[in-house]
Write a protein that binds this ligand. Structure first.
Ligand SMILES: [Zn+2]
Length: 326
């Protein structure tokens, strides 16, 4: 089959970074590149940076664009795959109205572009190629700036009417903390890295002792990244432990509620924080979830996402025509 020899590109568009990969027919990564997401210049600047990252991944793979069968993109916001547009990409600069991302990228790269939802493609990648491989049903929980979720039922993604999988907005505390979504008591209001940072800043400003922000400055960061949280935990920072434990409780509680409804075989924990904190914290989430599992004699398996930082980009490459197993 001629297409077997062809390569596919994948781009994971995030609020802080753009991860690009070039993969072969077996989804093996041949080249990769990571660029920071532009904070100014709007969607056009972001698209240009995405094309730049993919070209660099091609160089890294020692290949040229003519060899590409296509490029898949996992994007936040409202993705209209048919129209090739993305709207309301919250964390990205001036990206409210629909932008023709598909056209901008195909013009720049000269190859067909397929768009998908960032969390959806990451879930698909773990299901087809990663920790989810042994299962026919699972949920993916992506613990990062926010907490995204993906659902696989009977071997297929469940999209609902386009909005399924929002596990970050499962209510864990009636009328609880304000969530970045504007509602109250969502899991993300306790577990999202954005909400956790806001809480840490407030506690710090109120005189609570913590080294979180010292560590952040020392490592030249302006945000409490997953790596900063990890370092603070390693240094036994009390506030860091407290807020991470609070996040674990919220995630475990939300996961249990979803499992009670869907009865999936596995829960895959991914995302920047999920992957960084790894197995010990997946275990803690499992332990917390078990308290609320109705079918408690038959819990799902809990696994850390195995494709790590490349998962989103590899999943995006699966969007390219002919990549999915029929
Ligand atoms: Zn919410």
């Amino acid at each position: 089959m001629a297409s077997k020899a062809k390569l596919r590109g994948g781009i994971d568009l995030g609020g802080t970074k753009i991860q690009a990969v070039v993969v072969d027919a077996d989804s093996k990564v041949l080249g990769s590149a990571r660029h920071p997401t532009p904070t100014t210049g709007g969607p056009a600047a972001v698209a240009a940076e995405m094309a730049g990252a993919l070209n660099e991944a091609l160089e890294d793979a020692d290949a040229d664009a003519a060899k590409l069968q296509g490029v898949g993109v996992g994007s936040p916001g409202d993705v209209d795959a048919k129209a090739g547009t993305v709207a309301r990409a919250g964390n990205l600069p001036d990206w409210e109205r629909p932008f023709e991302l598909g056209k901008a990228l195909s013009d720049a790269l000269g190859t067909p572009i397929a768009l998908g939802n960032d969390v959806g493609v990451a879930t698909e990648a773990e299901f087809q190629l990663g920790s989810g491989d042994p299962y026919q049903s699972l949920i993916g929980v992506f613990w990062g700036t926010g907490v995204g979720g993906g659902i696989i039922l009977d071997g297929k993604q469940w999209h609902g009417r386009g909005g399924a999988g929002e596990i970050g907005h499962v209510v864990v505390q009636e009328d609880g903390a304000r969530c970045p979504c504007g509602r109250h008591g969502c899991m993300e209001a306790y577990a999202g890295r954005g909400a956790m940072e806001a809480k840490a800043r407030k506690e710090h400003d109120d005189g609570r002792k913590t080294d979180l922000f010292k560590i952040m400055k020392k490592h030249d960061r302006v945000r409490l990244t997953s790596g900063i949280w990890q370092r603070a935990l390693d240094a036994d920072d009390k506030l860091a432990h407290e807020l991470i434990d609070r996040a674990v409780d919220a995630i475990g509680t939300a996961v249990a509620s979803v499992v009670n409804v869907l009865d999936v075989e596995a829960v895959i924990i991914g995302g920047g924080l999920g992957v960084r904190l790894g197995e010990p914290y997946a275990k803690k989430i499992e332990k917390r979830a078990r308290k609320n599992l109705f079918n408690d004699s038959r819990p799902p398996d809990f696994r850390v996402a195995s494709l790590g930082d490349f998962g989103g980009a590899i999943g995006a490459a699966l969007l390219v025509d002919g990549a999915r197993p029929s």
